[in-house]
Design a protein around this ligand. Structure first.
Ligand SMILES: Cc1ncc(COP(=O)(O)O)c(C=O)c1O
Length: 422
């Protein structure tokens, strides 16, 4: 296929990429291409497709809602889908207040702005923000600033605010040095917290875009304890990890931590509609209420705030998630035997798995987003009927929950045959 003369595709170097394939339908785990081929969507279309493509109950919920109330300004008005969603997500996250936006980057921006202004509203001088090496929190300016510097941010570095950076003790199967690296990272955190700190932001359990870099739940727990006992706020960016991806509804639950702010998107609507939320504690919400001081207000809002179609999709998606917990809690055990077999291959390094996410590195040069081996793997797997999008030499699977055993087997078989050819 040729490039369209009027489209600009995201994160794509046209000079070095194949033109995109046209998709005409999607159902369950399968994408149907215009030329008749079918591909297993083994990365859930940038990690959004939760239950499966065209999941009927979500499609129906959106259709019903569209005939009743498609959109209304959310200042001065409220509606039942937004209220129901707020109550349900509040119960699930342990955070009382829900603020709407439209994408993961904005949900992160909102969390950062809330944390920053909350301290300011109290007249506090806490000005340090802490984030991790390798972090990715989105492509808007605040999200880029707390994300680590990379090819994504290079052009904008002069415009990004300073953040204190901590080591991320990523681990993998058979890692014998993890405890030392965790202790070193915690020591850097303790030192950093000597400076008055507004907040720390973390991708809980898995750094996604950095290359599916996983940490142990006990590390996350230790981070949360240090941060919260210092009085700083803990922001969990669950944009990728939320809604069952790590084997629990939220990664924070799996790690046994309770953040002060949580950013959610991607799987929120089951992957049907662009919607995001920032969950905040009542304590934070209360810090914005003032009869006498207008600047205490959180002056942030988006045109499509609380879009009723998105809310209806999210409610239907939560129904599915709650009705079938074994679908996400049991996925790790389904990856395990396949990944174990693959990990014996001499080209496979650092195999790791958390919930629905399985990953490894290819022993093929530098570990980098720009490592060209990823494109070779992608082409080979597409020929085998499996759509992957490796992060450089990091290959990962993050399939929709409906993926059958036979489809999962096909994904691993495509990788096995690819490894043999490399
Ligand atoms: C952890 C995390 N935060 C934020 C984002 C940004 O989300 P969006 O692409 O919806 O802006 C992403 C996207 O991949 C992500 O993985």
């Amino acid at each position: 296929m040729a490039w369209h003369p009027h489209l600009w595709h995201p994160i794509t170097q046209v000079a070095r990429s194949d033109a995109p394939q046209r998709v005409v339908r999607a159902q369950g785990s399968l994408l149907q291409l215009e030329d008749g081929r079918e591909l297993i969507d083994a990365i859930s279309s940038w990690w959004v497709t939760l239950h499966g493509h065209a999941e009927p109950s979500i499609a129906e919920a959106i259709g019903r809602q569209a005939q009743q109330l498609e959109q209304v300004i959310f200042a001065n008005f409220s509606h039942s889908p937004a209220e129901q969603l707020a109550s349900r997500l509040s119960a699930l996250t342990g955070l009382e207040r829900l603020f709407f936006s439209d994408n993961g980057s904005s949900a992160v921006e909102v969390a950062l702005k809330m944390a920053w202004q909350w301290w300011r509203n109290q007249g506090s001088e806490r000005r340090q923000l802490i984030a991790f090496e390798g972090a990715y929190h989105g492509d808007t300016f605040g999200a880029m600033a707390v994300g680590d510097r990379s090819v994504f941010t290079e052009a904008f570095e002069d415009l990004l605010f300073d953040v204190t950076r901590l080591p991320w003790p990523a681990t993998h199967w058979g890692d014998e040095q993890v405890e030392e690296r965790e202790a070193a990272a915690l020591a850097v955190l303790s030192e950093a917290l000597q400076t008055p700190t507004a907040a720390l932001i973390v991708e809980p359990l898995i750094q996604g875009a950095a290359g599916m870099r996983m940490v142990r739940p006990q590390f996350l727990k230790a981070v949360a304890e240090l941060v919260q006992s210092s009085g700083a706020l803990l922001i969990a960016d669950e944009v990728m990890t939320g809604f069952g991806r790590t084997g629990a509804v939220f990664a924070c639950q799996r790690a046994g931590i309770q953040p002060d702010l949580v950013a959610l998107s991607k799987g929120l609507t089951g992957g049907f509609l662009p919607m995001a939320v920032t969950m905040a504690s009542e304590r934070i919400y209360a810090g914005f209420i003032s009869e006498s001081e207008p600047t205490a207000t959180f002056f942030h809002g988006h045109s499509f705030t609380a879009n009723p179609l998105g809310c209806a999709a999210a409610l239907a998606s939560l129904d599915l998630l709650e009705a079938n917990p074994e679908r996400y809690s049991g996925f790790e055990a389904r990856h395990q035997p396949h990944l174990t077999a693959l990990s014996n291959h001499p080209k496979v390094l650092h195999a790791r798995c958390t919930g629905t996410v399985a990953a490894f590195e290819l022993d093929a040069g530098e570990t980098s987003y720009l490592n060209p081996i990823g494109k070779t793997v992608q082409r080979h797997c597409i020929e085998q009927g499996v759509y992957l999008r490796p992060l450089g030499n990091v290959v990962y699977l993050l399939p929709p929950l409906c993926t059958s055993d036979a489809q999962l087997e096909q994904c691993y078989e495509a990788l096995r045959s690819c490894l043999d050819q490399l």
